[in-house]
Design a protein around this ligand. Structure first.
Ligand code: HEM
Ligand SMILES: *[C@@H]1O[C@H](CO)[C@@H](O)[C@H](O)[C@H]1NC(C)=O
Ligand SMILES: *[C@@H]1O[C@H](CO)[C@@H](O)[C@H](O)[C@H]1NC(C)=O
Ligand SMILES: *[C@@H]1O[C@H](CO)[C@@H](O)[C@H](O)[C@H]1NC(C)=O
Ligand SMILES: *[C@@H]1O[C@H](CO)[C@@H](O)[C@H](O)[C@H]1NC(C)=O
Ligand SMILES: *[C@@H]1O[C@H](CO)[C@@H](O)[C@H](O)[C@H]1NC(C)=O
Ligand SMILES: *[C@@H]1O[C@H](CO)[C@@H](O)[C@H](O)[C@H]1NC(C)=O
Ligand SMILES: *[C@@H]1O[C@H](CO)[C@@H](O)[C@H](O)[C@H]1NC(C)=O
Length: 265
């Protein structure tokens, strides 16, 4: 109840303060026009396409970002604030109060190499959806229901590909944290956080159209998405990036020592 009132108040305040700001609507969608800014994040682009964020991709203040993430996706407002605070450094001006979707394109600020669906900056456009690149990722999404292993496999593949062919491949420990969060994001928004799964169709539709998959039956989560939800899904992905199988896995049930067993078996 408290939440409904807050959302309504925010909606009203935003609509009256800024005539260009549309409140957003899951059933209204319009791709970017010639003067609209878009970036490397399929979700920020999606929210702008639906008008939850300014359709022109500009003036993403904390108030607006929190409104969009909360209204469209049911993110906890504290979590949404933290996400905006981590992202505002994308605006090169000091003490900025907003960023644009174009700011997100700045290489190695937030945008990084080995994305699932974008080319590395070294090779060209680092922010436009690239189906050729995306297909190499989705070839690792081997089931109708994606799990953490499939998402992690796609991520690891993209990093191996970049390190092999991009002489300027850059991927720091901070990048790794963001990257893990990006793999977790589809599970958090479109999937089942407890099970750590998400329908492949929903994720493909979202990436390829930069649109919420409402027509495939998706609706925003009834329960608010909290920091703990995000942390749990990220931990699942982080665990899945480890290529070592557990000691109980079938291939390792034999206690026989052989060349492959090393000295620790
Ligand atoms: C304040 C909110 C957000 C900001 C500022 C933001 C920013 C970014 C940026 C800069 C990237 C590019 C990283 C790269 O180079 O690959 C990115 C990627 C991504 N973001 Fe967001 N993001 C936000 C929220 C979300 C949310 C809520 C989702 C939920 C689905 C999401 C999903 C993704 C995904 C899946 C990618 C990876 C794209 C790829 O690898 O091709 N983001 N985001
Ligand atoms: C969303 O858009 C649809 C179709 O244009 C419209 O019927 C509906 O009233 C809108 N909802 C809101 C909350 O504005
Ligand atoms: C930016 O958004 C804020 C609300 O967060 C609003 O007060 C301000 O007028 C907007 N500025 C522009 C240039 O649209
Ligand atoms: C949002 O998260 C904060 C901090 O984790 C928590 O105190 C608050 O109760 C949450 N709000 C809702 C509506 O779940
Ligand atoms: C930014 O904020 C800091 C701390 O509040 C202040 O010292 C600094 O002068 C500000 N910089 C600009 C360019 O406004
Ligand atoms: C190349 O690598 C350096 C160092 O990691 C980085 O600062 C720069 O942004 C990279 N440029 C491209 C185009 O990848
Ligand atoms: C997409 O990526 C492929 C493979 O790297 C590249 O050949 C093509 O030029 C890219 N397309 C766009 C639109 O950047
Ligand atoms: C990740 O792995 C650790 C160590 O094996 C385990 O304790 C933890 O429960 C795992 N996390 C999730 C979310 O599965």
């Amino acid at each position: 109840m408290k939440f409904t009132i807050l959302s309504t108040t925010l909606t009203f305040a935003l609509a009256s303060a800024n005539p260009h700001f549309r409140r957003g609507n899951t059933s209204e969608w319009e791709p970017a026009g010639a003067d609209d800014l878009r970036g490397p994040c399929p979700m920020m682009n999606t929210l702008a396409n639906h008008g939850f964020l300014p359709h022109d991709g500009r003036n993403i203040t904390k108030e607006i970002a929190v409104y969009a993430l909360n209204t469209a996706l049911n993110f906890n407002t504290s979590l949404a604030s933290i996400m905006w605070e981590q992202a505002v450094i994308a605006n090169p001006e000091s003490n900025a109060t907003f960023f644009t979707l174009d700011h997100l394109n700045r290489h190695n600020v937030l945008e990084h190499d080995a994305s699932m669906s974008r080319t590395d900056a070294f090779f060209g456009n680092n922010h436009v959806f690239n189906q050729t690149i995306f297909k190499t990722t989705t070839s690792h999404w081997t089931g109708d229901v994606l799990d953490a292993n499939m998402l992690a496999n796609g991520k690891l593949f993209r990093q191996v590909e970049s390190r092999s062919f991009n002489p300027n491949y850059t991927f720091t420990a901070t990048t790794e944290q963001f990257s893990i969060g990006e793999m977790a994001a589809p599970i958090i928004v479109f999937g089942d956080i407890e099970a750590g799964t998400v329908d492949r169709d929903l994720v493909l539709y979202f990436f390829e159209n930069e649109r919420l998959p409402t027509e495939l039956g998706w609706t925003k989560k009834v329960d608010t998405i909290d920091l703990e939800d995000a942390a749990k899904a990220s931990e699942l992905i982080a665990n899945a990036t480890n290529l070592i199988t557990s000691a109980n896995a079938v291939a390792h049930t034999s206690r026989r020592r052989d060349l492959h067993a090393g000295f620790t078996a």
